[in-house]
Design a protein around this ligand. Sequence first.
Ligand code: 6R9
Length: 645
Amino acid sequence: MADTNVFPVPESWKKSAWINKETYHEMYERSIKDPEGFWSEHAKRIDWFEPWKTVKDSDFQGDIRIRWFEGGKLNACYNCLDRHLDKRGDQVAIIWEGDDPSVDKTFTYRQLYEEVCRFANVLKAQGVKKGDRVTIYLPMIPELAIAMLACARIGAIHSVVFGGFSPDSLADRIQDCDARIVITSDEGLRGGRKIPLKANTDEALDKCPEVDRVIVVRHTGGDVNMVAGRDLYWHELMKDAPAECPPETMDAEDPLFILYTSGSTGKPKGVLHTTGGYMVYTSLTHQYVFDYKEGDIYWCTADIGWITGHSYIVYGPLANGARSLMFEGVPNYPDFSRFWQVVDKHQVNIFYTAPTAIRALMRQGDEPVRKTSRKSLKLLGTVGEPINPEAWLWYYNVVGEKRCPIVDTWWQTETGGILITPLPGATDLKPGSATRPFFGVQPAIINQEGQILEGACSGYLVMLDSWPAMMRTVYGDHERFKTTYFVQYPGKYFTGDGARRDEDGYYWITGRVDDVINVSGHRLGTAEVESALVAHEAVAEAAVVGCPHDIKGQGIYAYVTLVSGVEPSEELRKSLAEWVRKQIGPIATPDYIQWAPALPKTRSGKIMRRILRKVAANEVSDLGDTSTLAEPEVVEHLIRNRMVR
Ligand code: 6R9
């Protein structure tokens, strides 16, 4: 595929940006040749109570050890708040825009500091100590950021669970990290609809008898059931809490948070991030990738329930003393202009969103965009999945009016921060390419045998060495960390993504090569959806694959074999979809359910997912090698009855 479109760095950006072409190359070289020197210099952007002893100690062989800035002492919350008080105590830290366009709120750094200290004291009064896990199940309201920072302040490990997850998913995540306290709200609000978070929590806690405290934020004021002796209201606890709370001294390698993410097998993994390297890396990338300058208004539309919100709504921006906008709502409420109305209302300069949102908005035509000004915008960003060039061009031409560079940032929950990305003053853009590695990042493309390929090539994306924000382990299961990321291709971190590198050394991410599907930028393991399906009494067997989807990027396509005696029907199809939605959450609702009297298997009994993917994608003329199929007629039946043509 020839790269017809190249968008060179605009002249003005070459001069004004933090990083230009020359500095990028110089700094990148140095970051690889002399990582110790490079990172010890850049680590100074963080305030340390005590300096580190070793910059980097990492080994991708054997037991896998990743340590950065060991011996250094710091506190993440102190870096996000306290250190800004002198210079910008009265400057806005968080701009909160509610679901309802008439509702918003701002917090200055001082106000945020006081709220966080109060809540840190509340947590302490509830017996939460350094190293304890705190599960946070909140909608996109300021209390979410406050709760995270309060945990960080006292050294507790937060585990934020996305508000769209079901009671079962919440229960799994509470149990896995053995949290004893949950923070939630009465309800969430999205697009005018209420989400019963407290009721979901109650249901989850039926399975989590260890949880003895629930703190409930009153947000919508909706009716909730408060369990005596267990449930307390946030506002009541905050009333008398002191607004001063000394930050706990943490080691660079002390855990900061756990965030669950889906993999190709089994239940979600608790990705563990630690303190020092994460803070250095997220703040550095936030500054350089978004070219953040003092005074800029920065808006990342992600939900804080995902890594993007952790790193680029909360920790990175606040460590930089930025003004970070937090949005409770959705792009199409009250109408399809909402994003751009919010941009105008708060004079947003930097806007970071997901391709799925761009595609959904593009479908509505240009008018909802054009009727807004957007003059404040100077930079656009995307994350979460590959962006198709058509959507990129629409974003560039219509939203950014050809004035704003787009940073297509590739990274993962595991990577903690952005790894492959343009820098707006340094990188000529190609629509659909995440372009080049950030400082200190050493990507490589390998073939199936694990050999590193040179020059223009395509294969699997791996990382050859660690970077400061990399995950350290799977919480409570280091073995799983090793086998998931380091065993298949020994000595390398395997990303699970396929990629191509072109003649200019630009990376083009082609999507997951494992059994993970990316639905609207949200990761889901096919195994999770399958186990939800087979838990239904009518289902004997199920296989789930991703299929192309115009807006979501990938949709969920399920093949279901019913237990004998159960007849397929439209009604059953609907109730299975509803069942999965209830088990995991709305994002996991299958788009297609095809009845499969049998699934295509090899003679050794392995489901041939490759074939199922082809049928789901309506690519039935070339199924590839089918010689190992046990019963070829099974495939013929599936093809005849496929749902997408
Ligand atoms: C940050 C985040 C990670 C997976 C990743 C890849 C896909 C993310 C992308 C992208 C192409 C980009 N992905 N950014 N693919 N271009 N710019 O999304 O983390 O939820 O863990 O998902 O998302 O497939 O492996 P996470």
